[in-house]
Design a protein around this ligand. Structure first.
Ligand code: TXA
Ligand code: MG
Length: 317
């Protein structure tokens, strides 16, 4: 069993100003967002961003998402286009990340954007992280607060398992509302989804009045970090299975499955949003119970189910 450290703090004014002070001193803080918990650092500081990569053991060629409070602050760093404004109006603040062209005179450290000419930006919709962003004079680089390739955290305790001793402060805002990372949409040329999330291609297409596809090829080239195995519980997984033996964990969806010690139902009510909220939590639980293999039933490939299947496919690689 991994040790849980006592650096988890409930949210109150005193602890919020502690968090702000850490960030101003270029230290990292574990923060809640509506999607997953993140590891936050000053996006203008090479030192802060360097510690994010080091702590996560993340390859430098995998760029980070820069988190903003509002448009005023973003205008200094990125070229904003019509499509961006439409999607911003429809979904922000919320679980969507935009790839835009980065301005040459932006203060965002090149380390955060892996030296690319583009920048990933997001306006998270969690009141704690918004309070923090509002009070800072710099935006925050915030990747998910897990070691590279591992399962993302959906509670302050999850963050502590991966980073316990090395973080001074993790702000505890309970379980994440969504439980799966933001949708990443590339707006630098033809609109495409690089990472599916809560906001689905249909909804984006409706706002932009065009067909929006998930571009798997471009995902491999443009999001280098997603080439390899990702979101992995560290146990082999087999997808689209009808049944499993008693000594195999069976991750299922819907009420057609019997109850049993080895059966882990993501949503008995067949609710895809509930399944997304439960996914990472359940993968961690299965690992804790020391199963050697995970069988996974079929999950409907619509709405947030597209993101669920994306994560499961990558975790199974
Ligand atoms: O929901 C989320 O987005 C969470 C919370 C904490 O905000 N953050 C998150 O960050 O998932 P991270 O670092 O785990 O995932 C960022 C993804 C990576 O796949 C990365 O390759 C991609 O965004 N990305 C970042 N900058 C990019 C760019 N300029 N072009 C293409 N992909 C980019
Ligand atoms: Mg991540």
């Amino acid at each position: 069993m991994k040790k849980i450290y006592s650096n988890i703090f409930k949210v109150n004014n005193k602890n919020l100003s502690k968090a702000l002070n850490c960030l101003k001193k270029k230290q990292l803080v574990g923060v809640p967002t509506e999607t997953v918990y993140g590891l936050a650092g000053n996006a203008y500081s090479r030192e802060s961003v360097g510690s994010i990569y080091a702590l996560k053991k993340r390859p430098y060629k995998n760029p980070l998402i820069i988190h903003y409070y509002d448009l005023k602050r973003l205008e200094k760093d990125a070229y904003l286009n019509k499509k961006f404004f439409k999607l911003y109006k429809a979904f922000c603040p919320g679980p969507i990340t935009f790839i835009l062209k980065k301005k040459k005179d932006s203060l965002i450290t090149n380390l955060a954007t892996s030296g690319l000419k583009t920048i990933a930006v997001r306006f998270p919709n969690n009141k704690i992280i918004r309070k923090i962003l509002k009070q800072l004079k710099f935006p925050l680089a915030i990747p998910s607060a897990n070691k590279s390739t591992k399962v993302s955290p959906v509670s302050a305790q999850d963050v502590s398992v991966d980073f316990g001793g090395s973080l001074k402060l993790i702000l505890d805002d309970g379980s994440c509302d969504i439980g799966i990372e933001s949708t990443v949409v590339d707006l630098t040329s033809k609109v495409k989804i690089l990472r599916p999330g809560f906001v689905n291609p249909k909804e984006i297409g409706k706002v932009l009045k065009c067909k929006v596809t998930i571009d798997k090829k471009s995902l491999l080239i443009k999001s280098p970090g997603m080439l390899k195995r990702h979101y992995s519980p560290g146990i082999p997984m087999k997808l689209n299975q009808d049944k499993a033996k008693n000594n195999q964990a069976f991750l299922v969806y819907g009420k057609n499955y019997k109850k049993g010690r080895h059966i882990f139902n993501l949503s008995y009510k067949s609710n895809l949003n509930e399944a997304a909220r439960n996914l990472y939590k359940t993968l961690r639980l299965i690992k804790k119970k020391k199963y050697k293999i995970i069988y996974v039933s079929k999950i409907p490939n619509k709405n947030i189910g597209i993101a669920l299947n994306d994560r499961l496919t990558k975790a199974a690689r």
